[in-house]
Design a binder for this molecule. Structure first.
Ligand SMILES: *[C@@H]1O[C@H](CO)[C@@H](O)[C@H](O)[C@H]1NC(C)=O
Ligand SMILES: *[C@@H]1O[C@H](CO)[C@@H](O)[C@H](O)[C@H]1NC(C)=O
Ligand SMILES: *[C@@H]1O[C@H](CO)[C@@H](O)[C@H](O)[C@H]1NC(C)=O
Length: 624
């Protein structure tokens, strides 16, 4: 028995050693370590439907691969409102940081996903903006501009369902300091600008740069007596958001002038300034170091915009708490009025980054950035839910919420393993996930005697987590599963996979059956006698009642299998409550309970689980 436990643990080592309490792990996608969430609902009734879009990163600059990033943690992720993983996108982006991950709908009501993938640490992959369809297939990639080092990470704003897109552009330029009373002196500056691309032709249709239109003295980061700097130069305006209205004018946010500008789409001149030292408006509110200024409405002389009023940065804080603001502008009377303020619920400051999104039902979704802290508010300002990463190691630049239907182009991932102590106690554990699929209500699990044999329904398991497990009694060799929606319609049919015995050396694992070659595949027609029709996508499947009947039948199918079946059912219930412990573990617990070594296993697992292998990453900055 001791030999068995030791061998089993060495087998398990790969699964357990990678476990950290703040990261998820999966049997079907062992390379993925998605962040867990801490979620607090205050009023679930009023929360809008949708999924969270985040892109956690450790450091804002491209980082060399370290153990911290392998397996994958950073990159784009979609979660549901309980923090259950829906899509892990990092494998597509090879451990690169991703920013501004969001969704948009085209004129045909098709959903697309867009994001910025940062260049990687050795420049072997350039920064780019990427558009995917709802099958997670890349449709378009826009590389950085020819004269620019990288794709700026602040904004990729797709307009009009995909006709064009906006992005920020930082450039290093040498500028004269006449404007701050130092004629004849020059310094390098990082200018702030933006471009609009036509997404059909991929041509730049509009380009703008701060040097041509803003004065250096507008900056609160460059003082007249600051020393002249060499390249890359003073980050004096820090452009961090751009949007466009139906008149063709652009709304831009400059963090280091504390100003939001309206830029003419005809000639690029500044139409007006909101905030900062030279505001054109009479305001009944203030803001500073802001992020994510966006139009909510804009027609003629009436505009409504949203912004994150960070109200401070690492060096200086102008208010006590950061807040999302919705403000109303009258450009005839030149008044700016606060329509609504959504203060950060924990009363703290977001000194870097952040986002504000008004949802279709009027709720407001705010990304406070650090540690993925995010809140949804009712229109009148009630905090309905707040959540943050369980891990303090990672942030997300922005956070969004979208309702959409994700249907991966690839098949679900399934893993099936066979465990046994002897011929009478054989179990097949099956794990399935479908990375990116939304709206799966449950999975039907099937076994068949061979590739061309009929499928037998083994059972139906509600989908409660990214990965769903089924425990079959006996050695079920040819396995498949159907994903069902809420109405019981089949969404997809998995491939048929073969189960893998956990070992080829059964006696070494403590197997005490009569045949030392280990258990032989069982006939599913005996254990699960319900015939299932051949799978047809879109047709209603066998009902849950059928599945229960099938399981009940199985219990009667024989003395030996009855024990295994009862164990399987007990372990399924245990699995539900343990939620996330791998099937390998469950299988071992089952086997060990047969041998009476549960305590030892649990102790070993506990002590290994508390081991942390990822390092804390304390440094972070907001530089481009
Ligand atoms: C898109 O969806 C909206 C709202 O569901 C609907 O009003 C509109 O007719 C749809 N448009 C197309 C082209 O399907
Ligand atoms: C983009 O280019 C296409 C093809 O030339 C043109 O039909 C379309 O109007 C352009 N759209 C924008 C927003 O520039
Ligand atoms: C033992 O099992 C192996 C593999 O399942 C099989 O080929 C062999 O015939 C079995 N031997 C006996 C004696 O039943």
């Amino acid at each position: 028995m001791i030999l068995f436990v030791l061998l089993a643990l060495s087998l398990l080592h790969g699964v357990i050693a990678r476990r950290d309490d703040d990261l998820m792990s999966f049997v079907t996608l062992p390379e993925i370590r998605a962040l867990k969430w801490e979620v607090v609902y205050h009023d679930r009734e009023r929360v809008s439907p949708g999924y969270w879009f985040v892109a956690p990163y450790g450091k804002i600059v491209p980082e060399t691969p370290t153990q911290k990033f392998q397996p994958y943690q950073v990159g784009p992720y979609i979660y549901d409102g309980d923090g259950v993983l829906i899509w892990a996108g990092p494998p597509i982006f090879y451990d690169r940081n991703v920013f501004d991950f969001k969704a948009f709908t085209d004129s045909q009501n098709e959903t697309h996903l867009s994001l910025i993938a940062q260049r990687n640490y050795d420049d072997s992959m350039r920064g780019r903006a990427t558009i995917m369809n709802s099958h997670y297939e890349i449709e378009q990639e826009i590389m950085r501009l020819e004269d620019n080092y990288e794709f700026n990470i602040h904004e990729f704003n797709v307009l009009n369902g995909g006709e064009s897109a906006l992005a920020c552009v930082y450039r290093t330029k040498e500028l004269p300091l006449d404007d701050v009373g130092r004629p004849g002196v020059t310094s390098f500056f990082m200018t702030g600008g933006f471009v609009e691309w036509n997404l059909t032709t991929k041509e730049v249709v509009f380009a703008w740069d701060s040097t041509d239109h803003l004065a250096i003295h507008e900056s609160v980061k460059f003082n007249p007596d600051n020393p002249a700097d060499g390249p890359p130069g003073w980050d004096y305006v820090h452009m961090n958001a751009v949007d466009k209205n139906s008149d063709g004018d652009y709304l831009i946010s400059m963090r280091f002038t504390n100003t939001i500008y309206l830029i003419s789409g005809k000639d690029g001149h500044v139409i007006w300034r909101l905030g900062g030292q030279e505001s054109d408006f009479v305001q009944d509110f203030v803001f500073s170091k802001q992020h994510d200024a966006k139009f909510l409405e804009s027609s003629g002389t009436h505009h409504v915009i949203s912004l994150l009023n960070n109200a401070g940065d690492e060096n200086q804080q102008e208010e006590e708490v950061s807040s999302a603001l919705i403000v109303e502008l009258d450009t005839e009377a030149m008044t700016a009025k606060l329509q609504q303020r959504y203060p950060r619920p924990d009363g703290l400051m977001t000194l870097l980054r952040g986002s504000v999104q008004r949802l279709p039902n009027g709720n407001v979704f705010v990304g406070w950035s650090e540690r993925g802290y995010q809140s949804e508010f009712s229109p009148e300002g009630d905090n309905l839910v707040s959540a943050r990463f369980a891990s303090g190691r990672l942030n997300t630049y922005r956070a969004y919420k979208y309702d959409f239907v994700g249907r991966p182009a690839y098949a679900p991932t399934m893993v099936a393993s066979v465990y046994a102590a002897d011929e009478a106690s054989v179990l097949t554990t099956i794990h399935i996930s479908w990375n990116g699929a939304t709206d799966i209500a449950s999975w039907n699990f099937y076994a068949q005697a061979g590739e061309e044999h009929p499928r037998h329904l083994m059972g139906n398991v509600p989908k409660r987590d990214f990965e769903t497990m089924f425990l079959a009694s006996g050695y079920m060799d040819w396995i498949s599963a159907d994903a069902l929606d809420r109405d019981g319609n089949v969404i997809t049919v998995s491939d048929i996979i073969r189960s893998k015995p956990v070992t080829t050396d059964w006696p070494a694992l403590g197997y005490h059956g009569q045949n030392s070659s280990g258990p032989a595949p069982d006939d599913p027609a005996v254990r699960y006698p319900t015939d299932a029709p051949a799978p047809v996508k879109g047709e209603p499947p066998a009902t849950t009642a059928d599945a229960e009947a099938a399981q009940a039948d199985t219990t009667a199918a024989g003395e030996a299998s009855a024990t295994a079946q009862q164990l399987a059912e007990a372990m399924m219930r245990a699995y539900d409550s343990l939620n996330g412990i791998g099937g390998v573990l469950i299988g071992l617990l089952v086997l060990c309970s047969m041998g009476g070594a549960v305590a030892g296993i649990v102790w070993m697992v506990r002590s290994r689980r508390s081991k942390k292998i990822y390092q804390h990453v304390p440094d972070d900055d907001d530089s481009p």
